[in-house]
Design a protein around this ligand. Structure first.
Ligand code: FPP
Length: 263
């Protein structure tokens, strides 16, 4: 496995976000602007995903989560959904070798049972074949909705209570987080949304409580390394306090609260 390469000089490698989450938006508008069919925008978007995954790995970012298909996206025209699914399957096949060579552990979150059987199978194979990767965890959110994720966690915990294996008082934030699709992933430090929309659109609602948000007008197919660096530089200028005062953060209270050094 290749070690992370140096950051561009303007980035502080010690203060990179541990987990970056991205809402990849604007493929359709990018295509329309050029007189192309929407699906061509998705194909160009897949190229951006490839570039950003590679760059995140190169920089040494530990976790990258991409919102590739929301629960609401099921309402799109059947032809567009079919193309997106085919694109995803092809992408996973094409990228497997590079993921393995670069120590990328692949993961998928969402209501995966709703995906076509062949896509589910490809996801399972990719996950298994990359399981040992220690360089970066790449998570694709597919058929994903934050509210549904919270509801299914709630139902799972309620079943535990009903069965007498858990008391309501034992349900704390850590246990709740452990029942979400993202169990085992740290909360995102930075969430990027492209295409000039300023909302979360049902993405990682619980997990984003203290996440830094970065919005750009750039459409996803045009979001490449330089713009990614801009988002990371912006993040590095933020003052993260998690509800504490600046003095408390300086005195190390945040590190004690989180059991880890402040990031
Ligand atoms: C949003 O653009 C994008 C999507 C719904 C799909 C995202 C998929 C990709 C980037 C390609 C596949 C990704 C991988 C990792 C293989 P939009 O269609 O909502 O754009 P619009 O808002 O301009 O219409």
């Amino acid at each position: 496995m290749t070690p992370p390469s140096p950051s561009p000089p303007s980035l502080d490698p010690a203060r990179l976000p541990r987990h970056v989450a991205i809402i990849m938006d604007g493929n359709g508008r990018w295509a329309r602007q050029r007189g192309y069919p929407r699906v061509r925008g998705h194909a160009a978007g897949a190229e951006s995903a490839r570039a950003i995954i590679r760059e995140a790995r190169r920089l040494g970012i530990g976790y990258l989560t991409l919102y590739a298909f929301s629960e609401e996206n099921w309402q799109r025209p059947a032809r567009e959904i079919r193309t997106l699914m085919a694109l995803l399957k092809r992408y996973l096949r094409q990228e497997l070798r590079e993921m393995q060579e670069n120590g990328i552990a692949f993961n998928a979150i969402g209501n995966l049972a709703r995906l076509p059987a062949d896509v589910q199978e490809e996801l399972r194979r990719t996950r298994e074949a990359t399981q040992g990767g220690t360089g970066m965890v790449l998570t694709l959110a597919l058929s994903y909705g934050g509210r549904s994720e919270i509801l299914q966690a709630l139902q799972a915990l309620a079943r535990e209570v009903q069965a007498g294996r858990l008391t309501p008082e034992e349900i704390d934030a850590a246990r709740f987080a452990g029942a979400l699709y993202t169990a085992g992933l740290p909360d995102p430090d930075l969430l990027i949304r492209t295409s000039g929309e300023y909302r979360l659109s049902n993405f990682l609602l619980w997990q984003s409580a203290y996440t830094e948000l970065y919005f750009t007008d750039t459409y996803w197919p045009d979001f490449r390394e330089a713009e990614f660096h801009r988002a990371l530089r912006d993040y590095q200028r933020r003052d993260r306090r998690f509800g504490l005062t600046q003095e408390q953060v300086k005195s190390g209270a945040l590190a004690r609260m989180q059991g880890a050094p402040p990031r």
